[in-house]
Design a protein around this ligand. Sequence first.
Ligand code: NAP
Length: 328
Amino acid sequence: MGRAVVREALRRGEEVTLFNRGRSIDPPAGARLVRGDWERLEDLDRLAARGPWDVVVDVAGAVPVVVRNTARALSQAVGRYVFVSTISVYRDWPYQPVDETAAQWDGDPDFDPGTRHWDPDAYGPLKVGGELAIRREFGDSALFIRPHVILGPGEYVGRLPWWLKRVERGGAVLAPAPANRYIQPVDVRDVARFTLDLVTANATGAFNVATPIGRDTYGDLLQACRDATGSTAEFVWVDEAWLAERGVREWTEIPIWRTLPTAWAMNTDKARQAGLVCRPLRETVADTWRWMREGGVPVAHERAAEHGMSAERESELLRVWQDSRRGP
Ligand SMILES: NC(=O)c1ccc[n+]([C@@H]2O[C@H](COP(=O)([O-])OP(=O)(O)OC[C@H]3O[C@@H](n4cnc5c(N)ncnc54)[C@H](OP(=O)(O)O)[C@@H]3O)[C@@H](O)[C@H]2O)c1
């Protein structure tokens, strides 16, 4: 997110200051840099002293107490606080459709979880805590961006990169049926552009961000991977219940695969009315492949190892599936 927001802001001619530890990205030309760790109050104070700014875009705050400290430290130095939050703040997602009014997890704006390791169960409540901490400091002027799954060049989670590499390798590819299952991944560059459009429009409150319900399917995603890579891979669409019975893990082992239709029922009418435009999925896939081919290196991240299925397991599953189709 950070790279996309910074690139888009610079493209618009904004003056940009980056605050980070210097591990993840080389600062782009034209941006001012403040080195520091948001876990350290003295670094946050040093940052605040470099202001003022019109707006801060907190791209990745994930620990309530840290977000609270950041918001507090910057309360006199910035006009507005924008927080990149997530669909995971909604308690009933993926079991219910969600719009911006859907119930959220309980969150504690002062909570310090004690570990900074990724925990999928804690993620949603922690982001709620972050939103609450910002609301406490900035009141109704705060802006919350709640994306569904984000794809695009620079992705470190490894969802689309895994699929692209798998499809490039070719052969028979295990694909989770049905091919016409709707999905809603959004391009990181569209999230960045929309976020900055909202800032310019002085928008406040929360906005869900995803591609429209019913626009793209899982089949479209895999076809776009085949087109982008020039592969002759053949997709073998395997029944989802059959996969579940064999313990195939949704979301991680087969990336971007979620069987509940309500997982792909994020209502984004509010964002669309406010100007969200989502580029075609094919463009996201093609540009991600181009980025990989050009030697694009994702930032190191503990979640990168979570995704994908080994070649051995895939072949074995395909063998059993195809045998079962042949009958006795
Ligand atoms: N991936 C998805 O599908 C998805 C879906 C919905 C929502 N989201 C949300 O989207 C956002 C994704 O953000 P991202 O991970 O892509 O962000 P990112 O661009 O990787 O930005 C993280 C930035 O924070 C800096 N940083 C990390 N720890 C720091 C520290 N202790 N002190 C100072 N700076 C620090 C990093 O730089 P250094 O390492 O150099 O410090 C980096 O520049 C998150 O808010 C996530 O909740 C993601």
